[in-house]
Write a protein of this length. Structure first.
Ligand code: MSP
Length: 613
């Protein structure tokens, strides 16, 4: 076992005051952005999506009957040492997009998220903020819920590891593992990273025994602890990974996991003698259960409703095993090595898949609470709206790899894709339809597209989108939907229906059909992009004359060409997505006239627009 030889100088930077007055990593003094459709919202509104979310999965269950295939997806349970930052939001946004896609497929989705509230790191953060740990956890876990609400995250379950039903599950699980002879008592001496809540091998540390993730020295610890016999499961884990290569994704992360196992698994300590803020070890209340041995069980206890018996059997019957654990690459070892071994020991099934995505970085370093180099997600959402934030991070960062945030890129992408390619196309088409066809479709979209290659192009791109979503290639899914939008814009520019209407007779008839074709394309985009930008897609769908209920009950099969029917009346054209305008401060501190940040060639399209988004 590794032996420690060093000092710790590890400051936990969070305090409760951060929540009440969040500070931003980015300096917004030089530039000010304004998105007309999204005025600042009150931070403390009641959660709406979280209430709706159960309905959304239920509505699909009703639609598809009780036999709908389950899809249980989880995010990590976030530490409540500090309020959420953009890194934590990233995993949750991705999980929400995947959950929404699976609901569109008609699956019975259970989307689990929550907060990890025990352990030394949390107790220290609470003390630093001058409050008790319980009160501290209440405030921070509420900050997570509020952000998820603002980001349109439709989770089904939010588990807090301080929930009594979770504590009962952890105790029962511990007893099962103990009964299986996988827990023993021993002394441990090693180097501990409080931010990772993990003992480290000296060879994985940087100079001065600094943790490579948190860049802070690890602290020497010597304790009399209970241990989990991980080494017993080395062979089984090797076999499982060899037989199920899809268990860990992306594939390059599987290689990493396999090499950890090959290098030999060491038993790990699952209790802490010096930490009071945790679940007491059954039969030894002088120790508390190690925070990871506790938190991973949250994925199972989250399945319980308040009315259910808080035991493993009933929790498991409600949806275990999980279909997909979505995590950041930093916690892969816990999910792909420790967790499966723990489950095997307790005689429970293993999750089907663990996907470890990359980091959002700032200057190449992982953005995080401990390093203090975070982007403030509330600030982004309140300035630009949830759709822009969701779209940017899912489109810009290839899922699995690291990605850097740049405000210029954010504005360019969001304006070009959502305001121009999609929003403006819808708006100009509806404007032409209003002017020339009393906002009414002249014919079914299937008839309008007869004999046209365009329909095949769209159908192929929709299929491409579906496959990308299935493979969790979220950026490529966004790209494929954008290709549909680009195809629509090209079609419009090529056929120029506004000129055809001026010619009258047959030309007008062709122009009216062209508008139906573009609006059918918009209908398909509203479904295909709804996992990523749900509010924008709801507005697009409403503009096409559909009700809220119809949007809530959409199914992926409706991306098939032919949904719009002749006689359907469209809503009055109204911008669905406002361009972000950048206002630069002049030297005297006053605001200069708004400066559009879109490229010149994109402006051209807007001139044609009947109404600019
Ligand atoms: N509490 C544990 C997880 C227990 S799960 C049973 C934990 N919490 S955490 O709050 O520190 O981090 C959780 C996750 O947040 C990371 O694994 C990752 O998914 C996400 N991220 C935190 N910082 C991130 C970035 N800078 N970039 C992308 N995701 C990041 O670990």
């Amino acid at each position: 076992m590794a032996v420690a030889r060093m000092n710790m100088n590890c400051s936990i930077q969070s305090s409760l005051s951060c929540i009440l007055k969040p500070s931003s990593f980015f300096n917004f003094r030089a530039t000010h952005f304004k998105n007309r459709l999204f005025p600042s919202r009150n931070n403390f509104i009641a959660p709406k999506r979280s209430l709706l979310c159960t309905c959304s999965s239920n509505s699909n269950a009703l639609q598809t009957g009780e036999k709908a295939e389950p899809f249980v997806i989880t995010t990590p349970l976030y530490y409540v040492n500090a309020p959420p930052h953009m890194g934590s939001a990233y995993t949750t946004i991705a999980a929400d997009a995947i959950a929404r896609f699976q609901r569109l497929l008609g699956k019975r989705v259970v989307f689990i998220t929550g907060t990890d509230e025990h352990g030394e790191k949390i107790a220290t953060a609470a003390a630093a903020g001058g409050s008790g740990p319980r009160e501290h956890c209440d405030v921070i876990s509420q900050a997570y819920k509020m952000l998820w609400n603002d980001l349109d995250i439709a989770y089904d379950k939010f588990i807090r590891t301080t929930d009594p039903k979770h504590e009962a599950i952890v105790e029962e699980f511990y007893s099962r593992v103990l009964a299986n002879d996988d827990i023993y008592r021993a002394d441990y001496e090693g180097l501990y990273c409080v931010n990772c809540e993990e003992y480290k091998d000296e060879k994985e540390l940087l100079e001065n025994n600094c943790c490579p993730t948190h860049l802070k020295p690890c602290v020497p610890r010597k304790e009399d602890n209970y241990f989990f016999a991980l080494s017993k499961y080395q062979k089984s884990l090797e076999e499982i990974l060899a037989q199920n290569p899809d268990f860990v994704q992306p594939s390059y992360r599987l290689n990493e996991v396999q090499s950890w196992i090959k290098n030999g698994l060491r038993d790990f300590s699952i209790s802490r003698a010096a930490v009071d803020w945790g679940i007491p070890v059954p039969n030894d209340n002088k120790q508390t259960i190690y925070v990871w041995f506790d938190a991973l069980l949250g994925y199972i206890s989250a399945l319980l409703e308040d009315k259910d018996q808080p035991n493993l059997q009933s929790a498991v019957s409600l949806g275990w095993p999980a279909s997909l654990h979505l995590i950041g690459k930093d916690i892969l070892r816990f999910h792909a090595v420790y967790w499966p071994a723990m489950l095997m020991s307790a005689g429970l099934s293993l999750p089907k898949r663990v996907f470890g995505h990359g980091f959002l970085t700032k200057d190449g370093m992982k953005m995080g609470k401990s390093l203090g180099n975070t982007i403030e997600p509330n600030e982004l959402v309140h300035k630009f709206g949830a759709d822009a934030v969701r779209y940017f991070f899912l489109r810009e960062v290839e899922f699995g790899n690291d990605g850097d945030y740049s405000e210029d890129r954010f504005i360019n992408i969001v304006n070009a894709h959502l305001a121009n390619t999609i929003g403006n196309l819808l708006n100009r088409t509806l404007g032409l339809l209003k002017k020339n066809c009393q906002s009414t479709l002249v014919v079914d979209s299937s008839i309008a597209a007869e004999g046209k290659e365009f329909k095949d192009t769209v159908e192929k791109l929709v299929e491409k989108t579906r496959i990308h979503y299935e493979n969790l290639a979220l950026s490529s899914a966004c790209e494929a939907v954008l290709e549909i939008g680009n195809a629509g814009n090209l079609y419009m520019d090529k056929h120029q229906p506004w000129s055809l209407f001026k010619q009258g007779d047959d030309a007008s008839e062709a122009a009216a059909k062209d508008l139906v074709i573009i609006l059918e394309t918009m209908r398909i985009i509203a479904i295909a992009l709804s996992p990523v930008t749900p509010s924008l897609c709801r507005r697009i769908h409403a503009q096409l004359g559909y009700s809220e209920d119809q949007f809530d009950n959409l199914n992926w099969s409706e991306t098939k060409w032919g949904g719009l029917k002749g006689g359907q009346v469209m809503a009055q054209p109204k911008p669905v997505f406002a361009r972000i305008e950048q206002i630069k401060e002049n030297e005297n501190g006053g605001a200069e006239a708004p400066k559009k940040v879109v490229k010149k060639k994109e402006k051209k399209k807007q001139v044609q627009g009947v109404m600019e988004a």
